[in-house]
Structures are given as structure tokens and as C-alpha cells.
Design a protein around this ligand. Structure first.
Ligand SMILES: Nc1nc2c(ncn2[C@@H]2O[C@@H]3COP(=O)(O)O[C@H]3[C@H]2O)c(=O)[nH]1
Ligand SMILES: [Zn+2]
Length: 366
């Protein structure tokens, strides 16, 4: 199917997506704008038509793909999951209920996010931490909110399914959404690595781990998107990080190091995240689906180069500023050393203070 890229903005943020060539650009733009203003109820209502399509047109044609794409791409945040399903041709390997679980989980997995992570919730003893006994408070909350919405008659997109099917979807969604707690990252990744050599799509345990890995990948795959889309999103994320660490400092709580504005910069945050989190995860998924290499590994490699260069440039700039400061301090102290006779009594006292341990400067003897 021939496609084209449509560029647009949502709430001032640049976005882009691939569509069939005959898709009218203006319609897509309006659709995305409407979606950006939509609340969780609207989102689930829109998913309803996706569910119908999955159930009614199981042996789909490119049209249904387009439908799914349209429905899911409305929610920029999680269009990555659709992309992964499409690129890996997962529709030929797992059934429609599993696809529905993955897509719905991707849309719902961050519902009602507070902007403060689990560490904060637990340390600040928030209502969520108390309610969920410090066990993945946020993810438990996102999932509970999703099902609260789904229980409502007007937004229950699963109402036409059998009790058995609903049970399976609920179990699957809970598993997927809880898997997005990053403190479980190594546990889930290690499980996946251990089954990879014998991976079997018909084995339920294997499939469950794969679904968890897929939602994790789509959750943290911002850097796999084009740089001009990924960077503004990252700026917002860092803003959220700094906001949390500022609050932790203000409230006397342990400060989350990777969120501390005094310790991390944009490039240092990304080079670390790409090396230690993204690559190890993405590489394993690409081991199962080699076709993903060009879509998730290559762009992330580019992002790593980009942020490595930015980090070097920043370090150079910081060194230069520091040298300049030291140079100025030296000049000042030399000037001070040249004018001993005209010092007032007060100046003499303050110079003595500088020489004391803890004084701001140690001039003259420099
Ligand atoms: N530094 C960094 N962290 C990220 C990036 N993408 C996702 N994350 C983190 O991974 C977390 C996944 O769960 P959340 O969405 O709650 O919060 C996310 C961020 O804390 C990224 O590009 N850079
Ligand atoms: Zn999340």
C-alpha cells in the first residue's frame, strides 16, 4: 500500500504519521486535534469501533489495518504499539483478543498519571501508595481507572463479548499495565531473554511475556521516533522529572537522582537511558523480530550519537565557563594583592575571613 507522511501539530507540538496516499490530509489533522482534546471516555469510545472491527473482520484487508491505524493513532502517545503490531505482522501470530488487550492496554496504561513517580508516591506516603501498599501504586491506579471507565455502560467497549472473553481481556490488561512499572524492568527482560531461544507463539506463558515486552517497548520508545518529534516530548518529560525532584527537595524527601536538575542534563539523561535501558530491551525484541532493527534500533543509535555530541559540546562549554571564572577570580586576587596600603580596617577584617576555613575565597596566597 503506497503511503505518505502527514505533518501536523497537536497543542503546538510537532507530530507526524504515515497514511495511505489517498488519505485527505485535512481530515487527519482535524482528527488528531479532536483526539488531543478528548478525555479518557472519548478515547475508549473510539476504541469501540476498533473492537468491532477486530471481532467482525478477523480475516481483514488493508482497510481494517487503516481503520485500526486511524483509531489508535489518534492517541499519539501509544501509536507505537500499533506500529509494533503492524511491523512484526503479529496479527498472523497471535489472536485478535490478544491484539485488543495490547492496544487497549497501550491506550490506558498511563490514565490519570499524577506526574510524580512511584518512588515519590511511596516516600511521600501518598493516597495511592497507601491504597496499594507501596506495590506499583501508579500502575495499579492506571489499571483501576481503566476498568472503572470500562464498567460504565456508555464506555464499556467489551460489553458484547462473552464473560470468558472479558475475563481473558481483564487478566491480560492487568498483566500488561502492571508490567510498565520500570522497577520490574530487569525481571521482565530477563524472563524474555530466557525464553527467546525456544520462543513459541502457541505457548501462553511465552506470549504473555512477549505482550509485556511489547507494551514496555512502546511505552519507552520515544527515541525511536524522528528527532524533531522526539525532542520536544523529551523536554516535557525532563520538565516533569525536575518538577518532581524540586518537590522532593522542598519536602525533605530522598531526591530521585535521575530527576535532579543539579545532577542530570538532557544529553546525560538520554545517553544513559539509551545505553542502559533502551538498547538492552530493544535488542532482545529485535532478536525475535529482526525486521524491527531498522525501525527501533537504527533511530535510537542515531539519537545516541546526537546526544553524545550534545553532551561533549555541553562539557566543553562548562569547562570554558569554569576556566573563565577561575581566571577572573585569579585576576581579582592579584588586583587585591597589589593594593595593600589603602585597605580600610573593614577590608582587612574581611580578607582575614577569606583565609579562614570555610571562607568564600582564599586570596593572596593563591
Ligand atoms: N530519561 C528518559 N526516561 C524515559 C524516556 N522514556 C521513558 N522514560 C522513563 O520511563 C518511564 C516509563 O514509565 P512512565 O511513563 O511512568 O515514566 C517513564 C520515564 O520515567 C526517555 O526517553 N528518557
Ligand atoms: Zn507509565
Amino acid at each position: 500500500m503506497a503511503t505518505k507522511i502527514i505533518y501536523f501539530t497537536v497543542n503546538g507540538r510537532p507530530e507526524q504519521a504515515e497514511f495511505p496516499v489517498d488519505c485527505p490530509a485535512q481530515d487527519v489533522k482535524d482528527l488528531f486535534r479532536a483526539a488531543a482534546e478528548a478525555g479518557p471516555h472519548d478515547i475508549l469510545k473510539l476504541l469501540q469501533s476498533l473492537e468491532k472491527k477486530i471481532l467482525l473482520e478477523a480475516g481483514e484487508t488493508p482497510t481494517i489495518v487503516y481503520e485500526i491505524k486511524n483509531q489508535v493513532e489518534l492517541f499519539r502517545e501509544k501509536l507505537e504499539m500499533y506500529g509494533l503490531i503492524w511491523l512484526t505482522d503479529l496479527r498472523s501470530k497471535i489472536d485478535n483478543i490478544d491484539l485488543l488487550i495490547m492496544l487497549t492496554s497501550a491506550v490506558c496504561h498511563d490514565l490519570d498519571h499524577t506526574g510524580y513517580n512511584n518512588a515519590y508516591q511511596i516516600n511521600a506516603r501518598t493516597e495511592l501508595a497507601l491504597r496499594y501498599n507501596d506495590i506499583s501504586p501508579l500502575e495499579n491506579h492506571h489499571c483501576a481507572v481503566a476498568f472503572e471507565i470500562l464498567e460504565k455502560k456508555e464506555s464499556n467497549i467489551f460489553r458484547n463479548l462473552t464473560t470468558e472473553q472479558y475475563k481473558r481481556i481483564r487478566e491480560g490488561m492487568i498483566k500488561c499495565i502492571l508490567a510498565t512499572d520500570m522497577t520490574r524492568h530487569n525481571e521482565i527482560l530477563n524472563k524474555f531473554k530466557s525464553i527467546l531461544p525456544v520462543f513459541d507463539f502457541t505457548n501462553k506463558d511465552h506470549k504473555d511475556v512477549l505482550m509485556m515486552i511489547m507494551i514496555k517497548v512502546s511505552d519507552i520508545s520515544n527515541e525511536a521516533r524522528p528527532m524533531d518529534v522526539a525532542e520536544p516530548w523529551l523536554d516535557c518529560l525532563l520538565q516533569e522529572f525536575f518538577n518532581q525532584s524540586d518537590m522532593e527537595k522542598l519536602e525533605g524527601l530522598p531526591v530521585t537522582p535521575f530527576m535532579d536538575r543539579d545532577k542530570v542534563t538532557k544529553p546525560s539523561s538520554q545517553t544513559g537511558f539509551i545505553r542502559f535501558v533502551l538498547f538492552p530491551l530493544f535488542i532482545e525484541l529485535a532478536n525475535l523480530f529482526p525486521c524491527l532493527e531498522q525501525h527501533i534500533i537504527d533511530p535510537v543509535r542515531k539519537a545516541l550519537d546526537y546526544y553524545t555530541e550534545m553532551e561533549k559540546a555541553l562539557e566543553k562549554k562548562q569547562n570554558r565557563t569554569q576556566n573563565e571564572k577561575m581566571g577572573k577570580a585569579k585576576e581579582m586576587t592579584q588586583d587585591t594583592a597589589k593594593e595593600p596600603e589603602v585597605q580600610s580596617e573593614q577590608q582587612q577584617t574581611s580578607n582575614q575571613n577569606f583565609s579562614k576555613p570555610g571562607g568564600a575565597l582564599k586570596p593572596i596566597v593563591l
